[in-house]
Design a protein around this ligand. Structure first.
Ligand code: SF4
Length: 280
């Protein structure tokens, strides 16, 4: 289906969602707000979304297969070999809502009463340790020559993602371990040939989450949604400066064209039609 930049459903309406009907907000929209409140406002209040990227079908294939693998151990109540290799004392958590927690657009949900925002996010996996604490797990896939890690600035979004899941599970009264794990699959590029096969190195990367920022951010999000003024653009944003320059160029060109048309009205020659003998 083609990308539709405007949609008129489920937008925030101050008089409806202010303190009446809770407004559903995904963890990815929280991240959008952190990235740019203006883009967030355009999306959630005005119904103009960013263009969607291409679907990462290879990544979702890795996710799908990893889920299958961990699910087998969930049923058997056994540790996955990766847990043993990395010394993580845990097994995949079996819970009746596990499939719901993993379902896109549903996920783990919690109503944040102070803001009337219904926060939700779909987890990849949840494990449990012998203390009964839940461990949030996220699957990632990439392909690069160097070792995978979480050091790049753009990966802060991954960390926030895990922290929102930890927060959501805590809001649902589960004890949650501070350390979660990224199961990071790195497609090997040093093979002699493709041979219709992609091999991966799998690494388990621990991450200690800190959810302190979430409460404050939800307050700011609510404030932004209630306001009729559009937040200003992020100065450093390349897309906005592109958009502004493109808009300016279009307006200028249209202005020049209008002037030209007014000065020399375009004469549209009448098409000559040959009269056939029959018509006479
Ligand atoms: S500053 Fe960038 S991210 Fe923000 S609204 Fe403009 S294009 Fe979107």
């Amino acid at each position: 289906m083609a990308w539709n930049p405007t949609f008129k459903k489920k937008l925030f309406e101050p008089e409806v969602n202010g303190d009446g009907t809770p407004f559903k907000l995904s963890r990815s929209k929280i991240d959008l707000f952190i990235e740019c409140p203006r883009c967030f406002y355009l999306d959630r209040r005005l119904g103009v979304s960013r263009p969607q990227g291409f679907p990462f079908n290879l990544n979702s294939a890795v996710d799908h297969l990893l889920k299958k693998e961990f699910d087998a151990h969930r049923v058997a109540k056994s540790a996955h070999p990766l847990m043993t290799t990395y010394g993580v004392d845990a097994i995949p958590f079996a819970h009746r809502d596990m499939d719901v927690w993993r379902e896109n657009f549903v996920g783990v949900q919690s109503l944040h009463e102070k803001t009337n925002l219904l926060i939700f996010g779909a987890v990849d996996d949840v494990w449990i340790n012998p203390k009964g604490e839940l461990i949030v797990v996220d699957y990632k896939a990439t392909s690069k020559d160097s070792e995978v890690n979480l050091d790049a600035e753009w990966q802060d979004g991954y960390k926030r993602q895990m922290e929102v899941y930890q927060w959501l599970l805590r809001q649902n009264k589960f004890p949650v371990a501070e350390t979660g794990y990224f199961v990071y699959a790195n497609g090997k590029r040093d093979r002699a040939a493709f041979d219709a096969k992609l091999e991966f190195d799998i690494k388990l990367i621990p991450y200690t989450g800190n959810t302190d920022w979430i409460e404050k951010t939800l307050g700011l999000i609510k404030q932004c949604l209630m306001d009729d003024r559009i937040p200003s653009a992020t100065e450093t944003c390349e897309y906005c400066s592109y958009r502004n320059k493109a808009g300016k160029a279009i307006i200028e060109t249209a202005g020049k064209l209008k002037e030209k048309v007014e000065q020399e009205p375009v004469k549209i020659a009448k098409a000559k039609t040959k009269k056939s003998k029959k018509d006479e």
